[in-house]
Design a protein around this ligand. Sequence first.
Ligand code: NAD
Length: 419
Amino acid sequence: MQITKQGERLLVPDRPVIPFIEGDGIGREITPHVQQIIDAAVAKAYGEKRSIEWHEVLAGEKAFNAVGSWLPEATMEAFRTHMVGIKGPLTTPIGEGIRSLNVALRQELDLYVCLRPVRWFRGVATPLLHPEKVHVTIFRENTEDIYAGIEWAAGTPELKKVLRFLQEEMGVAKIRFPETTSLGVKPVSLEGTERLVRAAIEYALEHGLPSVTLVHKGNIMKYTEGGFKKWGYALAEREFPDRTFTEHKFRQIEAERGLEQAVEEYNQAVASGKVFIKDVIADAFLQNTLLKPEEYAVVATLNLNGDYISDQLAAMVGGIGIAPGANINYDTGHAIFEATHGTAPDIVGKGKANPCSMLLSGVMMLEYMGWHEAGALITSSLEKLFAEGYATADLARFMEQGKALTTAAFAQKVTDALQ
Ligand code: NAD
């Protein structure tokens, strides 16, 4: 049975077909374990009533060896048809037409949100004194900004053409070294901003989270990053007037009726459960995440900021190696959940691969499908094992009483601890 989208709702049958890409390198070692753990959690949560019908689709090296294509059309078609899928890491083809298989999948399905939840697991080594204060969900824009990849290299005829246009037609006189300059274009649109910010606000509302923070560099890039902030606030005030309160509105009230009135309205809004929409400049945000991470719940940001932010926050909880991720189009319902690391060629076949990035992406997938009970079983199993010091070697070696297990032994422990 297929997962479908009806209006706002994702309709998930009891036995959905879920396409999966096994992945190259350690993908072959982690994916079967991840599937077994998910199957065991679903069986534990729902008995015979629900199960996943896994459907393998090919991509990467495995696809190239089998059918001579890095990303066969049948794979695209399967994700298009079945809506929700999961993938292991893929070898990036060298010297092929495709920049990256991941990018191709995201573009084809217009998966405009890169979703990265960040939390700490007790027991996992971290550089922070209070990693338990970090609980942030990042909505990183996935289709615009630097991701669009519009660039011209110094010295090329294309660059000269763009430069001439800028200098002669647009009156740009600020390019310091025109002879040796490369140029890039950073597109940021109203629609692109609105769909991302809307998804972030809806997520906060659905999960009962207190705030959405728009992170930007609007102080410098006034129309792109500044536009993101302006359009984000306008969207919140227009589409969610009864369920959000914005910092923008706070400032307006303060200017018109004084700080006391603004604070009173803010307090009322918070007491009535409204989500506070605020903004912060990206560099200040990175400092604040270290100094007062508890102030952030959901973050909405553009592509490049999101790149830095995702890795910093993951590193803060010691989780860069196990960080899960998903690429989602909340309008069509299409979503691909994925391991965020690569194929780890240096440890292939050694039983050292950590399955947690893909497994936690699987948890995100179960939650997206509304199968929260099964997802929660896996999360609490991992919480228990990490707290006891059980992990694969990459994590165990930094834990105080770490007990390093092979991929298979760790996966078995996760399954045994599902309850
Ligand atoms: P990598 O993430 O594969 O490896 C970096 C380091 O982290 C290595 O030392 C590796 O052993 C370790 N590591 C990664 N995942 C691990 C896991 N699950 N358990 C334990 N240790 C783990 O990055 P790389 O070496 O730069 O890239 C290798 C290949 O993967 C390249 O072809 C690259 O293009 C591809 N890649 C794919 C994706 C993806 O499909 N999402 C992401 C990044 C890199």
